[in-house]
Design a protein around this ligand. Sequence first.
Ligand SMILES: C[S@@+](CC[C@H](N)C(=O)[O-])C[C@H]1O[C@@H](n2cnc3c(N)ncnc32)[C@H](O)[C@@H]1O
Length: 146
Amino acid sequence: MEETGPNFYDNETVFATYMRHRQGTDTPNETLEKPVILELVYPIANKRILDLGCGDAAIGREFLNHGAASYVGVEGSHKMAATAIQTLNGTSGQVILQTIEDWAYPSTAFDLVLARLSLHYIADLLPVFANVFRTLTPGGKFVFSD
Ligand SMILES: C[S@@+](CC[C@H](N)C(=O)[O-])C[C@H]1O[C@@H](n2cnc3c(N)ncnc32)[C@H](O)[C@@H]1O
């Protein structure tokens, strides 16, 4: 199996190393990237949120705790999706095991689409951006970091 994109994270060693790093509190993700993302997405009360390449979905849990109407994470790695399901246990959050490229995006379904550190895995972004546009409500926001 090709070890790119989501498959990369299904490798036992990569997954363990990544999760150890990602859950640290003094990483560039936590100290630089996350504050900017939060500034761009808040207020999130009553928003329907789609997270592309959601990883462990920790931010989904946070959003739901802060009043988001719903949270759907699309995740292509089996290991990550399983972790995301655990993270969202007891919330209304949903995880879909599917790739960002192949998921059937519903029309006009989300107020916010988020993609943190996941789009660099996509070879052809144009169809993804078209799907994001279609799945957003008028005036909805697409926020991504890479
Ligand atoms: C660097 S991690 C970031 C995870 C999460 N967004 C975060 O900020 O913690 C990238 C994530 O994107 C997922 N991913 C990469 N390519 C993907 C694709 N084509 N479809 C779905 N998920 C993908 C990976 O499995 C991984 O969980």
